[in-house]
Design a protein around this ligand. Structure first.
Ligand code: AMP
Length: 398
């Protein structure tokens, strides 16, 4: 068990907090401040307990010097001030005398946010990736600025960067923040120690990113429903014709292997909603053998019924990846159907593993029907794969 905020004494201490303020910014304006709000419980706890709070975050990617002008965290500091109702000092540097002086002059309960950690990825026009390749000097330097490190950025927990792993490995004390703590508890309940029957649902388009999840889930889930673009690689593995549907050829053998290993645990669609182009047109339905000129863009009505039936009585459901191109009005039925089936489960523990499935549930109006929607697409996916998250691993145990 990792240390949490309740395990550390923060009064009068310089507490470095890695948050996830990677918010969408358009023309200098923040278009969605949910990530800022999500960090508030940890920040408030630290302020109320008399800490000197030093916040850091990445914002997007920095690939060249010119990116820096648009990717400053300055507007985030302003928004955080409003959300907290307390001053937040913004330091427009990632290291050096100005930052060090600002920190040394801090009084308890004060808050500093310093500049985008990814500014360290480009120096004098050269791509150096000090932050995102976990440069050891940088992690050590940042760790030297504080007494305690709190990791509350779940979205980057699957990456070993200087601002999470680098700091954690070089500081006397570390713990996870409230947001990361909740994510870990929810993911453990939804994937590692689920109440049975446990049904996993895997869909979406990035087959190579997700196929590893199936391997881990085969050991844990009672049934694995596969839909979305993912399904066609499995159809191909079964020898079906898939027309122009999404397929990752180099994963067909792996799909065959999983189907064999699954011993009936994998539930595939039995029909498909198709179009001749990737367009929002009226679907043409077929079974699982598709004509050469069509592509499957959603599961069909019989599959929706099959999946609803499969989900009946589930006590735990973990879902990652939409059942079809839900962004198209004509191809959202499969994803809506699965959302409805999950919403009707009553007292089951239901989890969405972030990314596009979270976007789908929110867009289709089902967000409040789930027990937990993870804030980290990549991190929750790697957790579902059974991988260790380096950003969490580097934190001290209780
Ligand atoms: P992922 O990031 O892997 O969860 O993929 C999400 C994306 O998969 C969404 O944007 C969907 O539109 C897309 N998707 C789902 N089903 C299909 C399909 N049958 N063909 C192409 N794209 C799909």
């Amino acid at each position: 068990m990792k240390k949490t905020l309740n395990d550390v004494q923060v009064s009068d201490k310089k507490v470095l907090v890695r948050v996830d303020f990677n918010v969408p910014i358009k023309d200098g304006l923040i278009t969605d401040d949910n990530r800022i709000k999500a960090a508030v419980p940890t920040i408030k706890h630290l302020v109320e307990n008399g800490a000197k709070v030093i916040l850091s975050s990445h914002l997007s990617r920095i690939k060249e010097e010119a990116d820096k002008a648009k990717k400053s965290l300055a507007p985030v500091a302003k928004r955080l001030e409003k959300v907290l109702g307390q001053p937040v000092k913004f330091v427009p540097e990632t290291r050096g005398a100005v930052l060090e002086k600002a920190i040394n002059e801090m009084k308890p309960k004060e808050i500093i946010l310093f500049e985008n950690t990814r500014f360290e990825d480009v120096k004098d026009g050269e791509v150096v990736k000090f932050e995102s390749k976990n440069n050891p000097e940088l992690g050590k330097y940042w760790a030297g600025l504080g007494d305690i490190f709190v990791n509350d950025a779940f979205g980057t927990a699957h990456r070993a960067h200087a601002s999470n792993v680098g700091i954690a490995s070089n500081i006397a004390e570390s713990c996870v923040g409230f947001l990361v703590q909740k994510e870990l508890e929810m993911l453990a309940k939804g994937v590692d120690n689920p109440e049975h029957p446990f049904i996993a649902i895997i869909g979406g388009a990035k087959v190579s990113d997700k196929i590893g999840v199936i391997d881990n889930l085969l050991t844990k889930a009672d049934k694995i429903i596969i839909g979305g673009g993912m399904a066609y690689t499995f159809f191909k593995a079964q020898g079906h014709k898939i027309g122009k549907s999404l397929c990752e050829e180099d994963k067909v053998e792996l799909a065959k292997e999983y189907l064999q290993k699954a011993n009936g645990k994998i539930i595939l669609p039995v029909d498909s909603a198709n179009a001749t182009e990737f367009k929002d047109v009226t679907p043409v339905y077929s079974g699982v053998d598709l004509d050469d000129d069509v592509m499957g863009l959603d599961i069909g009505p019989k599959s929706i019924e099959l999946f609803k039936e499969t989900l009946k009585g589930a006590k735990t459901v973990a879902w990652n990846g939409p059942m079809g191109v839900f962004e198209f009005e004509n191809f959202k039925k499969g994803t809506v159907g699965v959302c409805e089936a999950i919403a009707n489960l009553g007292n089951a523990f239901t989890l969405i593993g972030g990314g596009d499935s979270a976007a789908a549930a929110i867009q289709l109006g089902f967000a409040d029907k789930f027990t937990h929607i993870s804030t980290g697409g990549g991190a929750s996916l790697e957790f579902m794969e059974g991988k260790v998250l380096p950003g969490v691993e580097a934190i001290q145990n209780k």
